[in-house]
Design a protein around this ligand. Structure first.
Ligand code: HEM
Ligand code: HEM
Length: 256
């Protein structure tokens, strides 16, 4: 199949530029902003929306990532070799993918609403968030739109013989732009916004993904003794964390 200059630009040059920015950007960020390398949690400013929005979003994200690893990185011949028929794969992928997408977009909707509606969060939203949230939302919504239009309601689109082949070609250094040029527009737009997301990744709070212990997502939030709890000295009000506090007033677990 003939590949035009535009195709080469979109499906070879652009992804490689994004991946290069991803790699070099992380080195730059690490060297220049190690102290800013965090999720910038805003739990202390607002926690009612975050309490549901964050776990839902993260749970959905982990399911979507797992689905992408299987759908993009593992060739169809391998799953067939393992005894999983194309039909079984497709049915599971559509069901699991739909649930994962729904959970992720619900969480992301809550996190975005919180960022727009809660005044304190809006004021703490910086330029990198203004880039990250729309890009993340566009990628997630286009992914869901592609799945819904072609695989939930449509005739079923076999992206494993097109989009996945293009994706793997980038990493084996044998680019196959022709594999994706005929894919439906929603899949193409989804892949392009995902590339852009990877290029902006190191300059946003997404760097926390590489340094956060998984336990952070399920650990209890810091709990402070309520004012009504009896304080060590009658008549004196303290706000000390639970546990044996040292001279600074913090417990060992607060520092972990
Ligand atoms: C290694 C696993 C991960 C851990 C432990 C983790 C943990 C966290 C924590 C603690 C926060 C701060 C909000 C809060 O206090 O709940 C946060 C925020 C966030 N995380 Fe993660 N995360 C992980 C992976 C991811 C992934 C894979 C993505 C996206 C692809 C992601 C996207 C975000 C975003 C967008 C926020 C900002 C939410 C907001 O403040 O509006 N995280 N993460
Ligand atoms: C170049 C990288 C990527 C490629 C080639 C890609 C490809 C795909 C494909 C082929 C589907 C359709 C799955 C189906 O119909 O069952 C899909 C769905 C989806 N993608 Fe991606 N994707 C990429 C990156 C991302 C990223 C970075 C995110 C989010 C941060 C994302 C979020 C989603 C979501 C939410 C869905 C719908 C739910 C699902 O089927 O899992 N994708 N993607």
């Amino acid at each position: 199949m003939n590949v035009s200059g535009t195709d080469l630009l979109l499906w070879v040059a652009f992804p490689y530029i994004c991946l290069a920015v991803f790699a070099v950007g992380h080195v730059w960020r690490y060297r220049h902003d190690q102290f800013g390398w965090t999720s910038h949690t805003s739990q202390l400013l607002e926690h009612r929306w975050l309490r549901w929005g964050s776990p839902l979003f993260h749970l959905g994200a982990f399911m979507v990532i797992a689905g992408h690893v299987v759908g993009l990185a593992v060739p169809a011949s391998w799953t067939e070799g393992a005894g999983i028929s194309e039909h079984a794969y497709h049915t599971t992928a559509v069901w699991a993918g739909s649930v994962a997408g729904a959970v992720m977009v619900t969480g992301l909707g809550m996190l975005s609403a919180r960022r727009l509606l809660a005044r304190r969060i809006r004021l703490g939203t910086d330029r990198s968030d203004k880039l990250l949230f729309p890009l993340l939302s566009a990628t997630v919504l286009l992914g869901i739109a592609a799945t819904t239009a072609h695989n939930v309601f449509g005739d079923g689109y076999d992206y494993r013989s097109t989009v996945s082949v293009w994706f793997r070609g980038l990493f084996t250094l044998q680019p196959e732009p022709e594999a994706i040029t005929g894919a439906p527009l929603l899949f193409q737009l989804h892949a392009l916004t995902a590339c852009l997301l990877f290029a902006t990744w190191p300059f946003t709070r997404l760097v926390h993904v590489w340094s956060m212990p998984i336990g952070y997502l399920v650990r209890p939030y810091l709990v402070y003794r309520s004012r009504s709890t009896a304080s060590p000295r009658p008549g004196r009000r303290t706000l000390r964390p639970h546990g044996r506090a040292d001279a600074t007033g913090f417990t060992a677990s607060d520092r972990s």
